[in-house]
Write a protein that binds this ligand. Structure first.
Ligand SMILES: *[C@@H]1O[C@H](CO)[C@@H](O)[C@H](O)[C@H]1NC(C)=O
Length: 306
């Protein structure tokens, strides 16, 4: 893991405080320009300042094109890739609800545990159907930085080597931005006397290649992705997001569940962890095939150990 830590990453850019993140002028400009998506005032960020949101983007982005030698890069491409695909309709009982990381830069832990929860259910034909605990990673994964951020691939490596308990067993308490101290000692947490540790069998990177990413989702379920968030993203309400305006705010991790085409514009279907009042009931579409905001560059996953 030491090799990972020394690689430079994009941190949060210095920004002026007390400026509202949702600006009506920017929203109007986006909506007047017919860019393929609609901006608006998401209740999640109404009245929030830059100061309020700066702790939210906790994914450390590796420099574009970086692949870490210690983790395999999967670039398998299957023959028949459908025009559109949605894991929620393919595996209706296996895809878990949208969550809310609140005021903690724990997106890297949410993206990882959400994708592994889905993959366990898919691989076991729903005989293992649990919501895994992001708190486990936030408080206990010492290769990452809790609410101050993390590397998605490190999260998968943690889930592969140590496993992760359920959310019922170890509920989320870091919404206030406090990473907490690890409560797992000797396979026990305060909430459950004998915890089951659910594991990933593998931890790997997926090549920055649209067909390889699609093939991975078709074969094994949702993947974790990381991308650069700019000011305009906070105001996304519907349509296919592509970056239009505003400053870079930081790196963010999410879960890709499928893809489609809107008119002639290809997009990914992505689950965010900002609650259901943001975007399309917590989901968003982002342009697919041009590495929009780096969304195709940092895909990671692992096979569920069932
Ligand atoms: C998966 O579970 C369903 C419902 O219990 C069952 O009908 C189906 O046969 C199972 N499929 C496999 C491949 O085991």
């Amino acid at each position: 893991m030491r090799a990972v830590a020394v690689i430079a990453f994009l941190g949060l850019v210095a920004v002026a405080s007390a400026e509202f993140i949702l600006q009506q002028e920017m929203i109007d400009q986006i909506n007047n320009a017919n860019v393929g998506w609609t901006a608006g005032v998401n209740p999640r960020f109404a009245g929030k300042t830059r100061e309020d949101i700066k702790g939210l983007l906790g994914t450390k982005l590796l420099p574009k094109g970086t692949k870490l030698r210690e983790f395999p890069v999967v670039d398998t491409i299957v023959d028949a890739i459908p025009t559109s695909f949605d894991a929620r309709t393919q595996w209706p009982a296996s895809i878990h609800p949208i969550r809310d990381q609140q005021q903690c830069g724990s997106c890297w832990a949410f993206g990882a545990t959400e994708a592994l929860s889905d993959r366990l259910a898919i691989a076991s034909n729903n005989s293992i159907n649990v919501v895994l605990s992001p708190q486990d990673l936030v408080s206990c994964d010492s290769t990452d930085y809790g609410c101050d951020g993390g590397y998605p691939i490190n999260a998968w490596h943690y889930m592969q080597s140590l496993g992760v308990v359920t959310d019922t067993c170890y509920p989320y308490t870091s919404g206030n931005g406090d990473s907490g101290t690890c409560q797992i000692t000797g396979k026990k947490t305060p909430a459950c006397a004998t915890a089951t540790f659910y594991k990933a069998k593998t931890a790997y990177q997926v090549a920055n290649n649209m067909a390889a990413i699609q093939s991975e989702i078709l074969a094994n379920g949702p993947v974790e992705a990381a991308f650069s968030v700019y000011d305009d993203f906070f105001s996304y309400t519907s349509g296919v997001y592509s970056h239009q305006s505003g400053a870079l705010d930081g790196g963010h991790a999410v879960k890709i569940v499928g893809w489609g085409v809107d008119g002639t514009t290809p997009y990914w279907i992505v689950a965010n962890s900002w609650g259901t009042s943001w975007g399309q009931a917590g989901f968003f579409w982002i342009k697919r095939g041009n590495d929009e905001c780096g969304i195709e560059d940092g895909i990671v996953a692992g096979l569920a150990a069932v």
